[in-house]
Design a protein around this ligand. Sequence first.
Ligand SMILES: [Zn+2]
Length: 250
Amino acid sequence: MPHGEQVPLKVVLPRDHPRDKQIRAALVSAKPPGDLVNHGGPVLAAVELATVFVGAAWDSSPLSTMRDDLNAFFDALLSSTYFDRLSIYGVGRGRRAGTQTTTDPTPATMTDQALRAIVSRLTAGQITPNADTLVALFTPPGTVIDATSIGAGKTCVDHCAYHDFADGVAYAALPYFDCAGCLNVSAPKDVFASMCRVASHEICEAVTDPQLTAWYASDGEEIGDLCNGTETALGKYTVQKEWINGKGCT
Ligand SMILES: [Zn+2]
């Protein structure tokens, strides 16, 4: 499928986005989209997650603390019973394969193309991609991602995060939340908790549908989309509920 037709597949929507209301309405309607269907494409069966913190700002406190906390969150997430539930989709536990902080410039608006260029650069150098590679890119405060070119719009307006693939390598774009619409309802001042929740949505989608050809429902929504906006706990972390076939959002 060409880029641009898949917006609902790969973005976490801000809470006040019309599409989010539509998803919630669908979930309570008499005819929900139903379980995820395997469309035959690959999954990331044992994800090797490379976290990439874009911009030198991540090297200074307090952002460096959040960077370290996010890495610890991913270590917990990828080896959790929460993640084990993805086994029905052919996905087992994964691991964090590495992390780095880059010195790329971080203007007020960064394009998706700029993020793809970073993925290409890293996979040509420091990261040796394999079939299970997923690159998670974090942009710092004050930077909005413009993914209009792939139909995912702008941070805080059209998405809180999204995932896609570049040159066959899956990546997730995870901007820092400077806006209320992407923050948790239960803890609206906790940017870290909100970012963990949205990251869980994107990581679960990226491993079950890395090329947008594997697991999604009849209306195109992925494992996280069907439960968009929900919250639950994973130990001390906040995560999103995900769609588990036969069980729904849990
Ligand atoms: Zn999604």
